[in-house]
Ligand binder design. Structure first.
Ligand SMILES: [Zn+2]
Length: 257
């Protein structure tokens, strides 16, 4: 029994930096697809075929099982310590979420005419995923605890997990919505708000994520997170999914619209 427990613990800690779980990522893709211009929708269907943005959103997590894509591993997150900006922070030589988003968007904007459909499809899959991840506050880490992966949590007094995973999946799972239901729940944005959100830069999205740190790390001494934590964070989780979806649509409309 003890050995089994150790194996489970090791497995738990080896899975790091997954980003929003599948439901969260699909919500972002679904919301974005509802805010595309007609022209962008048409151009994207040429690139993506029958693969919806919701389906494309989880590709970057799926290819973690394929060593061909190991070079993308560090693209899901970035470290910006408290009190620093991205420009000041030490850069990961393997890349990070901000550098990757800026590069991919820039290449699609300036160079997509000369890119193959396959290359564009891969870029869109990366884009849908990373715009989601950067809105998950713990994907902009402090550098102290691997984006909350080292913060052990007892979820509802029974499930051992960590703070990162609570934000990726546990809070959303607790609500028991399907991704299409949750997209409906979350997506009710005024036009003026849409414009305001879409005008923010990628670095500002990261700064917003950092601004949630005090709330994210508001953890009781026994490290049990349950109803109170879900209650305290649910509005923020919804807001971040909504902003990610709206901003993804803004980028795709700019590129393809
Ligand atoms: Zn991710």
């Amino acid at each position: 029994m003890k050995r089994l427990l150790i194996v489970i613990l090791l497995l738990g800690f080896s899975i790091t930096g997954m980003g929003w779980g599948q439901t969260g990522h699909r919500v972002v893709g679904k919301i974005a697809s509802k805010h595309l211009t007609k022209k962008a929708r048409k151009a994207l269907s040429t690139v993506m075929g029958h693969e919806s943005l919701a389906v494309a959103s989880t590709w970057m997590d799926e290819v973690k099982s394929d060593s061909t894509y190991d070079y993308m591993e560090d693209w899901h997150w970035v470290t910006i310590p408290d009190g620093q900006t991205y420009a000041q922070a030490e850069k990961n030589p393997n890349g990070d979420i901000i550098a990757t988003l800026e590069r991919i968007i820039n290449e699609l904007e300036s160079n997509r005419e000369s890119m193959s459909v396959g290359q564009q499809r891969e870029y869109i899959r990366i884009l849908v995923h990373l715009v989601g991840d950067i809105h998950q506050p713990l994907h902009v880490g402090t550098g102290l605890d691997r984006g909350g992966n080292d913060v052990k949590i007892s979820w509802f007094w029974s499930t051992p997990t960590n703070l990162h995973s609570v934000w990726d999946t546990r809070i959303i799972q607790h609500k028991e919505f399907s991704y299409t239901e949750l997209a409906e729940v979350v997506d009710h944005t005024k036009k003026s708000t849409v414009e305001e959100w879409q005008s923010a830069t990628i670095r500002q999205w990261a700064e917003e994520s950092m601004s949630y740190r005090p709330m994210v790390y508001e953890i009781p001494q026994d490290n049990v997170l349950a109803y109170n934590y879900v209650y305290a964070t649910w509005d923020t989780v919804q807001l971040r999914l909504q902003q990610a979806g709206i901003r993804l649509a803004g980028i795709l409309n700019r590129i393809y619209g």
